[in-house]
Design a protein around this ligand. Structure first.
Ligand SMILES: Cc1cc2nc3c(=O)[nH]c(=O)nc-3n(C[C@H](O)[C@H](O)[C@H](O)COP(=O)(O)OP(=O)(O)OC[C@H]3O[C@@H](n4cnc5c(N)ncnc54)[C@H](O)[C@@H]3O)c2cc1C
Length: 418
């Protein structure tokens, strides 16, 4: 079976790696011409850790999860300190000891992306860079893509892992879907910690290993991390836009100073140490669950952000994209070349409800911090914990796909015949 994957993000790379593991022939087409160190902090929950742990480098049989480990934040010592906006500590959330079978990682997207990208290459997967897909097409027997270069590529199945602005999604749905405004904006940053370390008021964040600190208030939260033994700093702020603050054309820092003017002064201080050019701003947008992830003729499917973008507060965007990749590969191998459309529909059926529930956690966490029930917190401060829900993290996508794909494919075929 020949598989084409569009996009070399975590969704596309995982799909290709898992297809290769399942004995399928696979190639990736990616728009970017070379790997660039883009992005900032990204999370891989234990459900993703299980997938990374199973991957072993062909040259020296190292687990890919062991390559992630040194690049990830270490919170065993300091945990997560959550504060009210006035600086009062609400509680210190201890981090559980690392589970070697299901490790979790938080670190710079570019560092982790480089590792997975290299692993895919080492497995012999062709990754065609600088190849933007312009159009998707399919018939009863095949599917394909038209590249910007004018070249057409066909295969038995096409997987669109082309991210939030997916054109694969337009093809699958048959129309262009406008993103839904979440009503919130985000500011994010990643920078080296020298200035934070120099200032006696802020040095404690960088001089004592990695840290993770949060401040929450009405319609705003601020998460600040130090990583790589305190050498790098990263923060993410989610807030509800205010026409007065956002309406004026001022620098990002000036707007942030307004948002945090009545907060713990340390918030202002941390922002003041952040280089202006390192502050990114974007609207937190998402899509309501799509009516389908599979094209009309059943030869093209969506994975990752193209199917189900997540809010940053879910901390599951990469992990859910990886679970998709694992599941689709098991379904394709199980169904075989004669049953591709059943494989893709089974993939959607196996994944859909779980993904929808994970998506909802992003909103739930944001609301818990933005519209806090302080009476409840007085009785139980840990009710504001950074969520690590067991049903999300304990999931083993490969085991689940192996135990459900056969029946689900038969069910889909049965429905089609009846
Ligand atoms: C540059 C970048 C930076 C990011 N930074 C962060 C971050 O800091 N923190 C975080 O939590 N999440 C970040 N994300 C999002 C995060 O990586 C995803 O939410 C998650 O990993 C799911 O990945 P995905 O593979 O579905 O989509 P993506 O990671 O978005 O990957 C999609 C890939 O498809 C490629 N592509 C798109 N259109 C085409 C086309 N027409 N033809 C060929 N290729 C195409 C894109 O270049 C991209 O490489 C970032 C994504 C990108 C692309």
């Amino acid at each position: 079976m020949n598989v084409i994957v569009i996009g070399a993000g975590f969704g596309g790379l995982t799909t290709a790696i898992e297809c290769k593991k399942q004995g399928l022939s696979v190639a990736i087409y990616e728009a970017f011409a070379k790997l660039k160190p883009l992005g900032d902090v990204i999370s891989f929950g234990a459900n993703a850790g299980k997938i990374l742990r199973r991957w072993r480098t062909p040259a020296d049989d190292k687990r890919v999860s062991d390559l992630f480990d040194p690049l990830s934040i270490k919170l065993e010592r300091n945990g997560f300190n959550l504060h009210r906006s006035n600086g009062q500590l609400i509680f210190n959330q201890k981090m559980p000891p690392k589970d070697p079978e299901a490790p979790m990682f938080n670190g710079h997207r570019a560092d982790f992306h480089q590792i997975v990208f290299q692993y895919a290459l080492d497995m012999g997967i062709p990754i065609h860079l600088g190849q933007r897909c312009q159009q998707y097409f399919e018939s009863e027997d095949a599917a394909g893509i038209l590249l910007e270069s004018g070249e057409k590529v066909t295969a038995d199945v096409v997987i669109a892992a082309d991210g939030f602005r997916s054109i694969g999604r337009d093809f699958v749905l048959g129309y262009h879907l406008q993103p839904t405004e979440s009503g919130h904006k985000c500011f994010r940053s990643w920078f080296t910690g020298e200035e934070i370390l120099k200032d006696p008021e802020t040095s404690r964040f960088c001089s004592n290993g990695d840290t993770f600190t949060g401040w929450i208030g009405h319609d705003v939260h601020f998460l600040f991390s130090t990583l790589k033994d305190g050498k790098d700093c990263s923060w993410a702020i989610t807030y509800k836009p205010d026409p007065v603050i956002d309406g004026l054309s001022r620098t990002r820092k000036e707007r942030l100073y307004d948002i945090f003017k009545d907060w713990d002064p340390i918030c202002h201080r941390l922002i003041s140490k952040t280089p202006e050019e390192k502050i990114l701003e974007w609207d937190a947008v998402y899509h309501d669950p799509l009516p389908t992830w599979v094209s009309m003729k059943g030869r093209i499917a969506l994975v990752g952000d193209s199917a189900h973008p997540m809010l940053p507060t879910s901390a599951q965007g990469a992990a859910q994209a990886m679970e998709d990749g694992v599941t689709i590969a098991v379904c394709l191998r199980t169904a075989g070349t004669g049953n591709i459309s059943a494989a893709l529909r089974a993939y959607q059926n196996i994944r859909y409800e779980r993904v929808k529930s994970v998506q909802r956690t992003g909103e739930a966490t944001r609301e818990m911090w933005h519209r806090t029930d302080w009476d409840k917190v007085a009785k139980d401060p840990s009710s504001l914990s950074f969520p690590r829900e067991d049903w999300i993290h304990s999931h083993d996508a490969e085991q689940h796909a192996e135990s459900t794909a056969g029946d689900e494919i038969e069910r889909v075929i049965g429905l089609r015949l009846s």
